[in-house]
Design a protein around this ligand. Sequence first.
Ligand code: SF4
Length: 485
Amino acid sequence: DKVEIKDASHLWGKDSYETQDLINKEVRGKASTACIGMGGEKLLKFAGIMNDEGRTAGRCGLGALMGSKNLKAVVVSGNQKAEPADSEGLKKLIEEARDCIKSTPNTSGYKLYGTNMYIDLGMRLGDVPTKYFTKSIFPVEKLHGPAFRSRYNMATYACSGCPVGCGRIIKDFSDDIKTVDGPEYETVAAFGPLCMNFDIDTVVRANHFCNRHGIDTMSAGVSIAFAMYLYEQGILTKEKAGMEIKWGDSAVILKLLDMIIKQEGFGVILSKGVKEMAVLLGADPEEAAHVKGLEFPMHDSRAYQGAALSYAVGPRGACHLKGSFYNLDAPGNEVGLDLGISFSNKNDPAQKGALTAKMLHFCELYNSFTLCHFSPMPAGMIARALTAITGIQYKTMDLLIFGERSLNLKRAINNKLGVTRQDDKLPKIVRRALKEGATAGIEPGMDLMLKEFYDVSKWDWETGKPTREKLMELGLDQASKDLWE
Ligand code: SF4
């Protein structure tokens, strides 16, 4: 119940681990810290916010937002207890939720290998972008979960109260790096197959470097892979880059990351992300793998039609957490069943508009309620927990309305900032059918899915705005006025 703003000039210039160590020494008792590293201080477009050691709010450059306010860290500590309306009911629900999460099919894999347990299955489904989105098959045994377990001394950790414990820590990595947080699947894929790099140590080093300095591993990996792609095509030359940038050159990956953070030479261009890189290097914008400026995650838009649509229409562009089809559109996963989100043919664009709308609404709740995609709870259980916490009676289907309201409010803000239907698209590089793997010959059926999504969402096809009627129905009266009057 006390808020202080403290001088942090002694922390400015420190990396995220040094910052957290110094704060822990200064704060009495247990504290949680969210801070920025050099990425945020230098206002890099893909700077993240580092939380409690190596967890990252990585996407969309939020670290730069903190840096622009000269805000180095937010530290929270306290000993007061939350008082839910029905504490006994909530306790029972927590036990129920833990049992449910433990019995989820993916849980044992996450326990064993962390999120990187997905890389084998992902490749078999054509979901791991390879060689900058132009391939889908690679020597997965060099970077999969067992490869990490056999090479490194690995420990696990869990977020508070979580029965899964998907977090990985590599101990005694090297003489210069004692402990590494991660890497997660997204990072392994971004610095691995996407760049055609199969040197496991380099993936770990790149991951640690990004954690230290607070930058998003996905956007960094995609930007470096784009440079490799353009170099192969002769659009980026040795003269422009100041060096050769060949596929799979692990030393170059680490060098480029260093140049990004130091803002030296070609690192300045790389740090702007693929959208601006295409402009600055004179490349075809359709080759830049982003939506609305956010680089693609490590889930290929040809592997799940619904994911392709969610990238196109989602509030922050190509984000794998806003329509996590790889997680929810899978057999045996029943968390969305009571909302009508059920397993479908991932390659069929028919009716994906309606399904994706529901997925986006459901996924909005995950961030709002601080839920985790890797320890999913059925919607009905979430509604009961909300009731036990607040004392207000919520029904399962209420959740979809909350999610829809959240999504539409974000869309209205995006519209105010200039987003239209023309921005709801995927670049050719991630639409073009591949010749190999599980997605060979498949293109996302964007036209069909987009039209259906707009229809069911009641978004205006001409302008890309939610209709006045939809905004009023959701109680977003002010947004309706702002957009339509
Ligand atoms: S809450 Fe999620 S991220 Fe944290 S340990 Fe559990 S499964 Fe992993």
